[in-house]
Design a protein around this ligand. Structure first.
Ligand SMILES: Nc1nc2c(ncn2[C@@H]2O[C@H](COP(=O)(O)OP(=O)(O)OP(=O)(O)O)[C@@H](O)[C@H]2O)c(=O)[nH]1
Ligand SMILES: [Mg+2]
Length: 376
């Protein structure tokens, strides 16, 4: 572009801004009198200004739809309000999930309803209670979500969520758990004040019914349960310490976090031992969660290196409670079993926010769960 052309372009641009009308300016571009490349090269306009004034929204939309814009560009257009999130969704240019990934690098976490421990329904008797303990963020909710999803969506498994007994928000919580897997989304951290229970019957391959109740709460509450001060809390006593039902304990150990988390779990086990509750525990499983990030490592080595104290406590418990003890008349008699699993809900991205569901670990744990729980 020659000197006089630059001057012309600058003048035209100034006029268009003043009049807040770019029609004439655009016509000059169409006729080849002004080129967008030159406007950028000679710094008459910035890229943002070109996007805003010279390119029709329809063209932006078509470029987004055809994958011509990267996520950064889409975010920039949204940031400058050249286009809006609403337009992208209403015009079906992007789905809500695609938009989340494009602009936030993640899908929005699923929000959870709040449910106080004081409002949960009375303990359902003659079922096996599944407790998943672990510090905040250790992967408890994703594990339970995957286990429930797997049972409900695989033919050989669960078939009924009891409408009686479920009470409170159990049903709603159960739906959210499944949705998180179906939509490949993570879940909001459970509020420390919230406590959910879901009564679900699992069906095994022989068609026998395993009545289970899943308990789920925020990571802080593992510490709460583990705190000796709370031993007299009536709800802790009802659901946890004095609960006569059979129990399975899953101990979620976040393989990406510090081994110090194990001491909370050890405290909880000591409390259960002291209160006599372990007599009603059928099985304990350590879950090395988020194992997709460790897939090349040997789980036994990992456990021995980082979690020897927890492993030793579990082995001691297994030994101490190795004597056969029948819990309920006419039921199969169990001795406490101890097992270590690696667990991953799928392959996560770098930020651990988006994943591709993989049910391999879940299947193994599901089958084991059926092998250690009584059936009707
Ligand atoms: N890499 C990987 N990350 C995971 C996996 N499961 C969970 N995460 C990550 O860990 C975060 C916490 O997982 P949750 O299942 O919500 O943890 P939680 O123990 O229920 O946490 P609280 O409810 O706060 O006690 C998720 O949002 C993911 O970012 C997994 O299988 N692999
Ligand atoms: Mg949770």
């Amino acid at each position: 572009m020659e000197g006089k052309d630059i001057k012309f372009a600058k003048q035209q641009y100034k006029k268009a801004v003043e009049m807040n009308n770019f029609d004439w300016f655009k016509r000059n571009i169409e006729k080849g009198k002004i080129s967008i490349d030159d406007l950028l090269q000679y710094e008459i306009m910035t890229q943002d200004e070109v996007d805003k004034y010279l390119i029709d929204k329809a063209e932006h939309f078509s470029n987004i739809k055809n994958g011509k814009y990267d996520n950064e560009k889409i975010s920039e257009l949204l940031f400058l309000s050249i286009i809006t999130e609403n337009e992208l969704i209403c015009k079906k240019i992007l789905t809500k999930d695609e938009l989340d990934i494009a602009i936030r690098g993640r899908k929005e976490v699923l929000p959870l309803p709040e449910m106080s421990i004081d409002d949960i329904p009375p303990l359902a008797k003659n079922r096996t209670d599944i407790f998943t303990l672990g510090v905040r963020g250790s992967g408890k909710s994703m594990f339970i979500a995957s286990l429930i999803y797997y049972a409900i969506h695989k033919d050989n498994a669960m078939y009924a969520i009891l409408s009686t007994n479920i009470g409170g928000l159990g049903r709603q919580y159960c739906d959210i758990m499944q949705r998180s897997i179906i939509e490949n989304r993570t879940l909001e951290p459970v509020s420390p004040a919230s406590f959910y229970c879901m009564t679900i019957d699992y069906k095994d391959e022989q068609g026998r019914r395993h009545p289970l109740t899943f308990f789920e709460t925020g990571g802080e509450n593992t510490e709460f349960f583990a705190g000796m001060d709370n031993i007299n809390n009536p709800k802790v006593r009802e659901y946890f310490l004095d609960n006569p039902n059979n129990k399975i304990l899953f101990l979620a150990v976040d393989s990406l976090e510090s081994p110090n988390q194990a001491y909370t779990l050890i405290r909880a086990l000591n409390l259960l031992d002291a209160a006599g509750t372990l007599k009603t525990v059928n099985a304990i499983a350590i879950l090395l969660t988020k194992w997709d990030k460790h897939s090349n490592e040997n789980p036994a080595e990992f456990l021995k290196t980082h979690y020897k104290p927890l492993y030793t406590v579990c082995k001691d418990i297994e030994e101490k409670y190795s004597e056969m003890h029948g819990f309920i008349k006419k039921r199969k008699v169990y001795k406490l079993k101890f097992k270590v699993f690696t667990f991953s809900v799928g392959n996560f991205n770098e930020q651990n926010s988006i994943y591709i569901y993989d049910d391999t670990d879940t299947k193994g744990i599901h089958d084991w769960l059926l092998s250690v729980t009584p059936y009707n």
